[in-house]
Design a protein around this ligand. Structure first.
Ligand SMILES: [Zn+2]
Length: 556
C-alpha cells in the first residue's frame, strides 16, 4: 500500500499556466498526486503532513538541457580560468587575470608534482584557460615551457575547442612543422616560422595529443566518483535532470552510468547524448547502438539523445559565421563535421526515430543545419521530432522563423552574455551584432520552443544564473546587449524547466508541478518572482526533491 506525503510550502510555483501557484503538494509513488490547498489535496485520502518546507518556496526541479558530467571531474586537474569558480567541495579557486598568472599557477603545480615524486612523463593537465581576456595575445610553447621543459603540459581552453601544449608534449605527440592536420597552428614569422606554436584547434588537431596521453587527460573515461561529484553539484544548483551532451557510450561508460544511477541516493536524472561524430561507428550502427541502449532506461538514466556537431566556438574564432565574418577580421572558423556528411548522418538518426541535438555556434553553421534539416524533413516528415539546435548564438529573426516552421527547438547559450559578452562586443561580433547574441526574445517571438544552458564545465552549472543572464543581458563591463532581446523572469524560469524538458521530450514527465508528473522540486529559500530581477542569480537553493526523495544541498 503506497503512502501519501503532503508537503506544505510558503509558495509552490508550479510553472503550470493553468494553476500558477499553490500551498500544498501531495506525493505518492514518487509522483505528484495533487496540487492546491490543503483541502484540495487531502481529498485523496490519508496522508502524512511534512512541514519541513513550510518556510520555503518550491518550484519544478531545474532542467539543464546542455551540460556535461565532466563538470564533476574537471577538478582533478588544474583550473586556469579568468573567473573565480567554486569546486564541488565548495572551495573557491581565484580567477587568473594575466598570462603571467596562468604561467605562475602552472609553474607551482609542476614544481609540486616534481616535489611529490610524480614521474616526469606524467602530464600536467589544466583546464578553463581563456586567452581572449588577455587582449588577443596567443599562448605559445614559449609561455608553457616556462612552467616545465621536461614534464608534458596540456592546457584545455574554457571553450573546449582549443588546446595549448608545451615542447615536451609536442615531441611526444610527434607534432612537427611537417604536420598537415587542420588546426595545428604554426608561427607565421620570426625565428620559429613554420614551427607549431603549441596551439591545437578543434578535435582532429587535439586528438594528436589526446591519443598519446590516453586515460590521463581531458578525455579521461568517466569515473563513478566524477559522476557522483556532478550529482552533488547539481543538487546545490536545484537541478534534478541534466544532460551529458556528448558521450561515446562505450560499454565502460554505460557501466559507470548504470551503476551510479541505480543508487537511490543518486540525486539527479541523467540523459547522456551519443557522440555521433568522430566516433568508431557509421551512423546506421550508431543509431542501432542508441536504440539498443534505450531498452536499459530507468527513471534516473535515459538513453536516446544523439549529439552532432557542425562548427567550433565563437570566442575561439573557430565558429562558422556568415557575412561579414569576425569583427576583428579573423578568418572564418572550422567545420567539425562537413555539411554534406552532417546531412547524411542526420537523416539516418532522424529516420531511426531518435532526437538529434546539433551544436551550431556561428550563424552560418545554424543556417547550414536548418537547410539540411529542411531537406530531410521534406523527404521524411516526422511529427513532433524535437530536434534541437544547441548554442545557436547568432541566430536572427528570419532563421528563428524557419526553425519555427520546421518544429525545431533552440537551446541558447545565455551564459555567454555574461562570460564573453564584452569580447563579443569588442572583438568577435562588434557593437551591432553583439545585440543579437543568444536572442531569446526573438526566439520566443517567432514561436520557437526555448531552453537556455550553461554548457558546464564551459561555464558553471546553475540554471538560476543562466536565467539571470537571459533576463538582464548584462556584461561584466556593464553593457546591456540587446535590450529588446531580454525575456521576463517567468519566461526564463520556464526555459530552465518546461522549455528544457520540451527539448528532451520529457515535458509530459517533468518541468512543472502537476498531477501525474514526477515529484521533482527545486527547493528555494527565496521567491524568484518577488526578488529584484537584477538579483535573480542570488536566489538561494536549499536542495532538491527527485521522484519524491529529498536531497538537502548541505546534508550536514
Ligand atoms: Zn557542450
Amino acid at each position: 500500500m503506497s503512502t501519501i506525503t503532503v508537503y506544505t510550502a510558503r509558495k509552490i510555483i508550479t510553472m503550470n499556466p493553468m494553476q500558477e501557484s499553490a500551498t500544498h503538494v501531495a506525493v505518492r509513488d514518487g509522483r505528484v498526486l495533487s496540487v492546491g490547498t490543503l483541502a484540495d489535496v487531502q481529498a485523496w485520502g490519508a496522508f502524512t503532513l511534512d512541514e519541513r518546507f513550510a518556510d520555503k518556496v518550491l518550484m519544478p526541479g531545474l532542467v539543464e538541457g546542455h551540460c556535461h558530467l565532466k563538470e564533476g571531474s574537471m577538478w582533478d586537474w588544474t583550473y586556469l580560468g579568468w573567473f573565480d569558480r567554486r569546486d564541488p567541495q565548495g572551495k573557491v579557486w581565484a580567477g587568473l587575470r594575466s598570462m603571467d598568472a596562468v604561467v605562475g599557477r602552472l609553474s607551482e603545480v609542476a614544481a609540486q608534482m616534481a616535489a611529490d615524486g610524480v614521474p616526469d612523463d606524467e602530464p600536467l593537465i589544466a583546464w578553463g584557460f581563456d586567452p581572449i581576456y588577455f587582449g588577443g595575445e596567443r599562448m605559445t610553447v614559449a609561455h608553457v615551457d616556462c612552467a616545465s621543459t621536461t614534464r608534458p603540459i596540456v592546457i584545455g581552453h574554457a571553450n573546449g575547442h582549443l588546446m595549448n601544449v608545451n615542447t615536451p608534449m609536442l615531441a611526444i605527440a610527434e607534432v612537427t612543422r611537417d604536420n598537415e592536420v587542420e588546426g595545428v597552428v604554426k608561427f607565421a614569422e620570426g625565428p620559429m616560422a613554420g614551427e607549431p606554436t603549441g596551439e591545437l584547434q578543434e578535435p582532429a588537431a587535439m586528438y594528436l595529443v589526446l591519443r598519446k596521453i590516453g586515460t590521463a587527460g581531458l578525455l579521461a573515461p568517466m569515473t563513478q566518483a566524477g559522476v557522483r561529484a556532478f550529482a552533488r553539484l547539481a543538487c546545490t544548483q536545484g537541478v534534478t535532470t541534466a544532460t551529458d551532451l556528448v558521450n561515446k557510450l562505450g560499454e565502460a561508460d554505460c557501466a559507470v552510468l548504470e551503476n551510479v544511477t541505480a543508487d537511490d541516493d543518486f540525486a539527479v536524472r541523467i540523459l547522456p547524448a551519443f557522440q555521433a561524430f568522430h566516433g568508431p561507428y557509421g551512423a546506421p550502427q550508431g543509431a542501432d547502438h542508441v536504440k539498443a541502449l534505450m531498452t536499459r532506461n530507468s527513471d534516473r538514466l535515459r538513453y536516446g539523445l544523439v549529439k552532432m556537431m557542425l562548427d567550433g566556438s565563437i570566442q575561439g574564432f573557430s565558429a562558422r559565421l556568415r557575412w561579414p565574418g569576425h569583427f576583428n577580421g579573423a578568418p572564418n572558423g572550422i567545420w567539425v563535421t562537413a555539411p554534406a556528411q552532417y546531412e547524411t548522418d542526420f537523416e539516418t538518426y532522424h529516420r531511426a526515430g531518435l532526437i538529434v541535438h546539433t551544436h551550431t555556434n556561428g550563424d552560418e553553421a545554424s543556417e547550414v543545419a536548418i537547410n539540411a534539416i529542411e531537406r530531410v524533413l521534406t523527404q521524411a516528415p516526422r511529427p513532433d521530432h524535437r530536434h534541437t539546435l544547441q548554442h545557436g548564438q547568432m541566430i536572427d529573426a528570419p532563421l528563428f522563423q524557419r526553425m519555427a516552421a520546421l518544429g525545431l527547438c533552440a537551446n541558447l547559450f545565455a551564459n555567454h552574455l555574461w562570460y564573453w559578452g564584452d569580447q563579443h562586443y569588442e572583438m568577435t561580433m562588434g557593437p551591432d551584432r553583439a545585440n543579437r547574441l543568444d536572442a531569446c526574445g526573438s526566439a520566443l517571438a517567432a514561436g520557437v520552443p526555448l531552453a537556455i544552458h550553461s554548457d558546464a564545465p564551459v561555464t558553471p552549472l546553475g540554471p538560476l544564473f543562466t536565467a539571470w543572464c537571459a533576463v538582464n543581458r548584462i556584461t561584466p563591463k556593464g553593457r546591456v546587449l540587446g535590450e529588446n532581446e531580454k525575456i521576463t523572469v517567468a519566461q526564463a524560469l520556464s526555459a530552465v524547466t518546461l522549455g528544457a524538458a520540451w527539448t528532451l521530450k520529457l515535458d509530459h514527465e517533468i518541468g512543472s508541478i502537476e498531477c501525474g508528473k514526477r515529484a521533482d522540486f527545486c527547493v528555494l529559500e527565496d521567491d524568484p518572482f518577488t526578488m529584484d530581477p537584477a538579483t535573480l542569480k542570488d536566489a538561494r537553493v536549499w536542495g532538491t526533491v527527485l521522484s519524491g526523495r529529498v536531497f538537502p544541498a548541505n546534508p550536514g
